[in-house]
Design a protein around this ligand. Sequence first.
Ligand code: S3P
Length: 427
Amino acid sequence: MDKKVKRNIKGLNGEVVIPSDKSISHRAVMFSTLASGTSIIKNFSRGKDPHSSLDVFRTLGVDTEFLDETTVKINSSGMLRAPQRPLDCGNSGTTMRLVSGILAGQNFNSELTGDESLSKRPMKRIITPLELMGAKIEADNFHAPLKIYGQQLHGINYNSPLASAQVKSCILLAGLFAEGKTSVTEPFISRDHTERMLKFMGADITVDNTTVTIEKSILQPKNIEICGDISSAAYFIAAGLIVPDSKIILKNVGLNPTRAGILEVTQKMGGNIKILDKKIVSGEEVGDIEIQTSELNACEICGDIIPRLIDELPVIAVMATQAQGDTIVKDAKDLRNKESDRITTIVNELKKLGADIEELEDGFVIHGKTQLKGGCEVETYHDHRLAMSMYVAGLVCQKEILIKNFEWVNISFPEFEEYFYNLGGHS
Ligand code: S3P
């Protein structure tokens, strides 16, 4: 489905209840199935990726029932059943990488497959540590499909070369089934939803700075309420700041500090952003965010903040085209390994719109402020975050743009367009 987006001249105004966090939704399904008993997950994501996780666990024998559109009941014996067919992870890297950790230590064999984009993404980052734990995995050139031959695993102390929550979580989940202690040390802290949720469910897990240690544990089923996804909120934050005459309130946004880098950056850029009503829900910080149109200044984004805003960098690039000065993004080479090579794809598509942007090996430089011209077609490269970032850019282009294959937004945020529409996103 192609989508036309026009410049917004009236401003975006109103409230949005931000839909469910994708990362937490995946984990809620996975960890609930490892607990024996009934778990209720409230505000489960409507996105395709978390539904890929749900489908994988159904194939592994877990009984799931939707009590309403976003409430899932999971009945599990805590044991998984040998799958009768390959487990399709769709477009979801989180599903493939975390599930590999769970399956490596089972007493059966399994195969994980993915779509065209997922089959090109690097899996060496999880295969290497899992093999150190005794796992047996077959993969052509470290790419999906992955054939996993279940083994008895043993604990390791792993110094991860990457600050990656997917890698960390994969090893910790394998550690749940391994003999002895398993620990992972990261160069910088990545999102810590796994640690928080496993602790909430009673796992024997400890965190010491950038090292997390886990031992075999029995998980307790819980009722989990999932907060709104700050990575989805990011599109409204960026649009609210750069579309003239806007004032938006975002409700129920997850504010976990390991995810909230975008708030640090927008405040540094001079964005008029207020955090209201902070509280804790199911072990995660949650609050509301008020955003108003602002004059933005460029800033440098590098080092330990990168994992805290990795998924927001494409829309931050859009925002930076409207900031005065040179915004420099560095140390973000892993952006090249996401659903698309997000360095090349965002640079190419923003150039088409008229941005002054240069590609670096590990990031990009944007010279602002530029009036984006638009009046052209842009691609989405099977990448939901590219599609949504282009939509935000379209709101400030002089001429209408056409976004090809906009349906990729359904991977994380099927409600995206409707929510923008309700704020006056089409003028
Ligand atoms: C995720 C972690 C991040 C992020 C991805 C979701 C997760 O990947 O980019 O969208 O749920 O753990 P890395 O941990 O590989 O950086």
